[in-house]
Structures are given as C-alpha cells and as structure tokens.
Design a protein around this ligand. Structure first.
Ligand code: BES
Ligand code: ZN
Length: 902
C-alpha cells in the first residue's frame, strides 16, 4: 500500500512561492458514511510563470468530475496520480469545480474526514486536507472558505464548520447549514463536525466591547463536564487581551470534543477540535493533572488564533513559528494562573524528559529542520519545547516591554500572511535596532549546548572571575557547531546559604543577566565579600546542560536556600542524581535538607510536592553511559527507600496533618495540597516495613485472603496470602477514602508500587466503578502498563486481549503501549527483550491503519546506542525488524531508519 522506496525528502531550500493562488473556496459536503460527496469550487489566479501547470494534491479520493469555467475537462487534458492532479495550459484566471467521493467510515488514519462515535469530524493539519478534496494543500495558499454541509436530520442534528453560520434549512429528511469564514486561511485550518452533540454555552465580551458566543460541544449528557474548559477559555481570552493585546475576531468560538483523535487538540479557525481527554473534567473522573492540561491546551489552541491562524507559516519547516511561540504563550499563561516557579519546574522537567534525549540521539533535528519525509514526524519535543525556550530566551534578553513591542510588530506586520522565522526575528530587530541574526543558529542547529562554568575568587580584591565556555556536540548530519547566544541569569549565595549581592557594570545587584555570545568569555563580579556559592542559570534561563565543578556542600546550600526556586529544585535534583548513580550514595544529608524544605512554612505545597519527587529513571538514564536500566531501577528504589525510612516519622505526620478535602476545587492551591499529600503517600509507601509494622500486620490476614479474582485468572501474586503491611493499609485507605480522581489514582498508583493483593483488589474495584467511562478506563489500563513489577510483561499481553482494549482508538492504545514504553523503563527494558518485542508488534499492528500514531512510539527505541548490552543489541534488532517489514508506512520507515542510522 505504501511505497517507501520512492519517498523523496522535502527540502527547505526547494521552497518556491505557489504558481497559483485561490482567493475563494466553496465546498459542499453531502455527508454519507461510506460515500460522502465533496464538491469544491475554486476561484484561481495565476501568480507564477505563464506556462506553469496547476498542480493539486489529493490522496485516496475518487475523482468524479472536473469542470473549468463551467466546461467539463476531458480526461486527456489532465494527469492523475495517486498523489496529485495536474492540469496544463490553464488560463490566468478561472473557476475550477471538482467533485470527489470519499469514505469517512473506512478512515482509521484519523486524518482528513473520518467518523468517531458515529459523528463526522476532520483533522487536516498538516496534510490531511488533500484526503478530503484536491487542493494546493500547503500553508502559504490562503483562501476564504464558504462551506455547505448536508446530512440526514436524524443522527446529525448539528452541522458545524469554521466561521459564521450564514444559512440553514431543510430538504425533506435532510438538512443543511452554510458557514462562511471571513478570514483567509490555509487548508490545514479547515474543519467540519456533524452529529449529535450537547452544548455548553457562554459569552465573552472582548476588550473592544464585542460579544462572542462560546460553545463547547460534547457527547450527549456530558455538558457539565465542559464547565472547566469553558472557564479556562474565558480566562485565556482575557489573558491574550491583557498580555498581548490580542482580541478574538469572530462572533462565535466553538470547541468540539471527540474520542478518536491522533493528538491532543487542533486550532481550526473558530472550531477547535479536542481529544475528549483534554476537555472533559469533573472531580470524579479527572485528576488535577488533567485539569492542568485542559487549562493549558484550551489556552494553547485559543492562542493559535493569532500565533498560527492570523499569522500562519509559509511552509512546514517554519512549524515552530506557530508551535514554539504558542507553547511559550501557553506556558506564560499557566504560570500566571498557577505560579511561575512551579510552572517553570514542570516545563523544564518536560523539556529534559523529552527534548534533551531527542537532541542527544539519532532523531536529533534542528527546531527548523532542513528536510523531512513526513511532516507528521516533526511535531516533536524539539519543535515545541525547544522552540518555546528560544522565544523565552528572546524575552529574557530584551525584557518584557520590548518583547511586547516586538510581538505587536510581528502580529501587525504579518497579519493575514504566511511568515517565516526570519520574519519573527526581524520584528525584534525592528523594535530594538539590534542584529538578531545570531539567534537563527538556535533554529538551524540541533543538539543541546553544554555550558561550562568555572570560578576563581580573589579574597584580596573581592573579585570573582567566571570563565564560561560553550560547546554543542555533533548531531546527525551536523558535525560542527557555531556558538549560540546563551542568556545566563546568575546570583551568589554565602557559604551559609544567604543571598550575596555583588557589583557588576557599576551597579550593586542581587543577580545579573549575562549573555554568552562567543565560544568563551570571562565575567568579573566585584565586591564579592566572601568565596561564594554560585547560583547559575536561574529559572533555567537557557535550554543547555550546565557543568560547574563545585563541592557537594554548595549544592546543599542551594537546596536549602536558593532564593531562586528553580535553582533550589535543580540543586536537589542534581544531588539526588549523583547520589543515586553512586552505588555508595547515602540519603542521610539529602533527607535532612528535604525535611527542612517540607517543614518550611513559607514554601507552598505545590513546590514542596515537586521537591519531594526524585529524578525519574528516564532522567537518570541521561546521566549514565552506557545506560543500565536495571541498575538505575534498583539504585533509585534503594535510595528512595533509604530516604523514606529517614523521613518516615515526618512524612507520616505531615501526611496526617493534610486530611483529604471533602469538597473538590480544581484551583492551583487546592491542587497543590493534594499534590503534596500524594507525594508524601508515594514516599511513605517507599519505606521498608519496620518490624513493628510486620507484627501488627498479622491481624489483617483474614481480610487479605478474601481477594476475589476474575474467572480464569491465575493468582498473580505469590504474596497474595500475606497480611497487609502498614503501608499497604495506608495506600488502601487512601484509595478507598478518596473523594476525587486525583486521590484515587494516587492511591491506586501507590498500591501498584507495592503490588500484591490490595493492588489487585483495587484494580477490580476501579474497573467495576468506571467500566462505562472511557476516559477513566484509559487510566486503569495505563496504571497497569506502568507498574514496575516484572509481572507487567505478561499483564500487558493480557491487557491487549481485554474486551475493552481497542487499538483503533488512539487514547486506549496509548494507555497501554505508550504508558508501557515511556513510563515503565525497568520493565520495557527487561533483559529478556520481551518488552521491546511487545512494543514492536504494537507499532506494526497500528501502522497498518494509523501510521501517524504508530510512528510516535519509535521514539522509545531512539536512544538504543547509549544502552548497555544486551539492551542495545536487542533494541537494534527490533528496529531492523520493523524497518524490514513489508508495507511499512513512510512515517514509521522514516523514524526507524533514522534511529538506526543516526
Ligand atoms: N496544531 C497542533 C495540533 C497538531 C499536532 C496537528 C500534530 C498536527 C499534528 C496543536 O496546536 C497542538 O500543538 N496540539 C498539541 C497540544 C498542545 C497543547 C501542545 C497536541 O495535540 O499534542
Ligand atoms: Zn499548537
């Protein structure tokens, strides 16, 4: 079906402006599950050479008729291939009418027009519009759309598309609706939805006094669960007005939730489409993390209305122009809503967990790649997260006010057009008069720069001399790297851990911003009254790896009292990393510092929760070569147990002092308290059982033996008949007493860490309660796939035979496959290779119908060269097996090929 042998890379240097523009597009859909008729009418104008043919892209379409200025085009006058329709000798201005037929029901790639839960919906970014009708499907062809939808009244009462509803009516058993979007847009922003949906409605008055109708469409009966998304939407709209001066531009803004969706959400003009998991929430079914994500994704897609829709991308190489900027905007919004310190730590965790490994492995690519086979493969952490970091650095160096002027300039200058990254940087040049071309290196150069810092202190002159240098390691196809501008926010602490001011550039300051633009530099700080502890890269002012040789005591000083909360957390994490990876690393001092943090009344709960979390196994894998997953797992577990034992009394007391709340509020402060309580639970269950716990436990024996099992399932737990330990009792009570999904999942996940009868019991209870709630059932699958017990290898094999498992629903598939491959390193990397084999089979199964979703899992094998044997060889063999499979999609072939070659 796919011919990978003929795949030709697309290159940025091959970009040519389009030969034809299409100022107006009319579409008429006669919706039918297997035979939808699409009629397109385009007003076309030539912009390029007089002899250039008109090339329209289209895939999986049945061409019915083709009319030019009302006259049917004879078959000899056009050329048709599986990917395009070419007409030669067309006039300079003409109208083209195209009729095609498509099959939404059969579309399991979930790209183009497809059906989900009996409804029609679309996903066009990046290149899905060509699966609906022939069109120059590229983001620099902007067109004004008028769309007519027609469907049976029964079953499809709602007919939605972009823009404003301008007409509707009935035709017997059918009805129709006509939508007009006054803003020219690229085809990837087109959307339609038809089906039965409930709606939650609200209103928003914009800063200029216009009233906008807000409508969120969801599964029948679910509209109450859209209330939080609605609230987040209104806050996003206000925030974009207040922070960026950007107002919404249509009279109607709609969001639709769908169950079958390849990604999180999509910013179609005036009609965002969301994965239901990122829209629907109530206390009983969604966790605080779900609420947090809903808030940020609603904001993200809304913010695209300016950064992406009003100003769009000239070509897909510029993807980060909209994604990097919009992620930066949603992160700033979340920071304003929930606290910047905690938000920054979470964003950096994510950057390090996903983007740093990508940048260090065979799939490394620049934020603006130079070539690609399938653009779907480039919706990566690098484009999103590193792209956002670059915007953040620009803001740091120019300051908030200048940044705002630069963005105003960018939006105003490029409104209604398709822009490039150079255009973005030009706006900074326009408002500052400075040269921003060195910043382009961040976009075109892959790899994470290493920033080295060393300090010499002269007590006589009270001078601190910092010697800084940078080096970016080679990445595939980029052996040599130039220096990039690196902003370094830096402060000092005294040996006792108190802030220490200094003199720089003639001023006494508590902190300074330096920008390293060359390979090497020296910075001299004066009036430094003692040999200081250096707090560099505060707030993670640049996405680099910092190396600074210093005594352990300095890190402890920052852990205990860096006024920069990010660096306080960073110090703790780097200490934990070093102690865990050292086979003799002891937890005593670390426990003392953490105790001080946990009992500090001036720190907020969300921050304490983050401080309580140890680096993940994935974090640790990045600091060890070659990677030995079993060593990491064992050492982390041992260190955590030691830490938990040392803090047992405090953790239990603090836990008891934070009773579960009886009423649920999703606000940041309440969520922070729950996060801390749940982090304490996680620590409590990590402690080894004391003798006292063990003797006390015997009294519960009877209860534990009464576990029932689903028929046909062999007893899983060798320890099933053992009495419940004290910590099992705590986790069990936590689960059973939970009044909301956050606490329930924390209890379930704590039980999964301990494993045993209480865990099995809770799983059965959970299933019974939530079997008819797909979004919650996804969590049930995911928690089992992520359980770090060796039994999980056989459990995931059983999960894929469960009647509720369905590979065709990406959420459900990811709940098993992704949760296992990405969140269960110890078992995924089992030395038997069974984990790898399982994921390889899953990738190949899903690739047959949904290549885009399948390909995303190749990432799990990306770093194989860094692993110790037998992992390295086993992962390589699996990649080779995948690549050698007949009928492989371009998507998977591109990534598996790169992973092997890199
Ligand atoms: N434009 C994207 C949606 C998209 C993703 C289209 C991949 C085609 C391929 C949307 O704005 C987006 O970025 N969605 C993210 C979530 C977001 C909050 C980072 C997603 O879907 O993961
Ligand atoms: Zn986006």
């Amino acid at each position: 079906m796919y011919r990978t042998d003929i795949a030709r890379p697309i290159r940025l240097t091959d970009y040519r402006a389009p030969d034809f523009v299409i100022p107006e597009t009319r579409l008429a859909f006669d919706l039918h599950p297997t035979q939808t008729q699409v009629k397109a009418t385009y007003r076309i104008e030539r912009r390029g050479a007089a002899d250039a043919p008109l090339v329209l892209l289209g895939e999986r379409l049945i061409l019915k008729t083709l009319r030019l200025d009302g006259v049917e085009v004879a078959p000899e006058a056009y050329a048709l291939t599986p990917e395009c329709l070419t007409l030669s000798g067309v006039p300079d201005r003409f109208t083209l009418e195209i009729d095609v037929e498509i099959n939404p029901q059969d579309n399991k790639m979930l790209e183009g027009l497809y059906m989900s839960s009996g409804r029609y919906c679309t996903q066009c970014e990046a290149e899905g519009f060509r699966k609906i009708v022939y069109f120059p499907d590229r983001p620099d062809v902007l067109s004004k759309y008028t769309v007519r939808l027609r469907a049976p009244k029964a079953g499809f009462p709602r007919l939605l598309s972009n823009g404003n509803l301008i007409d509707s009516g009935e035709e017997g058993a059918f009805h129709y609706a006509v939508w007009e979007d006054p803003f020219p847009k690229p085809a990837y922003l087109f959307a339609l939805v038809a089906g039965e949906l409930d709606v939650l409605e609200d209103r928003f008055v914009t800063m200029s006094g216009r009233t906008v109708d807000l409508k969120i469409f969801v599964d029948p009966g679910m509209s109450a669960r859209a209330a939080y998304a609605m609230d987040a939407l209104k806050r996003s709209m206000r925030w974009d007005e207040e922070t960026y001066g950007r107002e919404y531009d249509l009279d109607l803004f709609m969001i639709v939730a769908v169950r079958d969706f390849n990604f999180g959400a999509m910013e179609n003009k005036g009609l965002n489409i969301f994965n239901a998991s990122l829209l629907l929430a109530d206390a009983q079914t969604a966790t605080d993390l779900d609420y947090e994500r809903i808030e940020s994704v609603v904001a993200h897609e809304y913010f695209h209305n300016w950064s992406g829709n009003r100003v769009t991308c000239r070509d897909w190489f510029q993807l980060c122009l909209k994604e990097g900027l919009t992620v930066f905007r949603d992160q700033s919004f979340s920071g304003d809503q929930r606290g910047h310190a905690v938000q920054r730590i979470k964003d950096v965790k994510m950057l390090r967990a996903r983007q740093f490994p990508e940048d260090a492995g065979p799939l490394a690519h620049p934020v603006r790649p130079a070539t690609y086979l399938k653009i779907d493969n480039f919706y990566t952490a690098t484009i999103y997260e590193k792209g956002a970091e670059i915007v953040g650095m620009l803001k740091t160096v120019v300051g908030a006010e200048t940044y705002r002027r630069a963005l105003d300039h960018y939006f105003e200058t490029h409104d209604g057009t398709a822009a490039t990254l150079e255009d973005f940087l030009s706006s900074f040049e326009a408002v500052t008069g400075q040269d921003f071309s060195p910043w382009l290196k961040w976009y075109v150069q892959a790899g994470t720069p290493v920033l080295s810092l060393s300090a010499t202190y002269d007590g006589d002159t009270q001078r601190l001399t910092l010697t800084v240098s940078q080096m970016t390691p080679p990445t595939p196809a980029q052996a040599h790297k130039a220096p990039v501008p690196i902003p370094v926010r830096l402060g000092l602490l005294s040996g006792a851990g108190a802030p220490l001011s200094f003199r720089f550039a003639g001023e006494t300051v508590p902190e300074a911003l330096f920008v390293l633009t060359e390979a090497r530099a020296q910075w001299v700080l004066e009036d430094v009254t003692e040999a200081p502890v250096i707090s560099a890269l505060r707030g993670f002012s640049a996405p680099v790896k910092l190396t600074l040789t210093e005594p352990e005591a300095h890190r402890f000083a920052r852990f205990r009292g860096d006024p920069d909360p990010f660096n306080r957390w960073e110090a703790a994490q780097s200490l934990a990393k070093a102690l865990i990876l050292d086979p003799h690393g002891a937890a005593a001092d670390y426990a003392e510092a953490l105790r001080a943090t946990l009992t500090d009344p001036t720190l907020d709960a969300a921050f304490k929760a983050l401080m309580t979390g140890l680096p993940t196994e994935m974090d640790l894998a990045q600091s060890l070569t070659p990677v030995d997953p079993a060593f990491i797992h064992t050492r982390r577990k041992a260190f955590k147990a030691e830490l938990a034992a040392a803090l047992k009394t405090d953790a239990e007391a603090l836990y008891a002092a934070l009773p579960a709340e009886t009423t649920f509020s999703p606000d940041a402060a309440s969520a922070g308290r729950r996060a801390l309580r749940n982090a304490l639970l996680d620590l409590i269950v990590a402690a080894p059982d004391s003798d006292a716990d063990r003797s006390e436990a015997t009294s519960d024996q009877a209860g534990a033996q009464a576990v029932r099992r689903p028929e046909g399932e062999a007893p899983l737990e060798r320890d099933a008949a053992k009495p419940l330990s004290a910590k099992q009792k705590i986790a069990k009570a936590h689960y059973h007493d939970a009044r909301n999904m956050t606490d329930m999942m924390a209890g379930l996940s704590a039980l999964s860490q301990i494993h045993g009868a209480a865990y099995q019991d809770a799983l059965e209870d959970f299933y019974a309660r939530f079997k008819s709630e797909p979004l919650v059932l996804d969590k049930w699958f995911a928690v089992q796939a992520a359980c770090p017990h060796p039994e999980t290898l056989s459990r995931v094999r059983r999960l894929i035979t469960h009647p509720d498992f369905d590979r065709k629903v990406p959420n459900r598939w990811r709940a098993v496959a992704q949760a296992f491959a990405a969140n269960n390193p110890a078992i995924f990397h089992d030395a038997s290779g069974e984990g790898y084999a399982f994921i390889a089979e899953e990738i190949l199964s899903v690739d047959r119908f949904n290549p885009m979703t399948a390909a995303r899992l190749i990432e799990a094998f990306g770093g194989f060269k860094r692993y110790a044997e037998p992992h390295r060889g086993l992962m390589q063999a699996v990649l080779e097996r995948i690549l050698g499979t007949e009928g492989l999609s371009k998507n998977v072939a591109e990534l598996a090929g790169k992973a092997l070659a890199g």
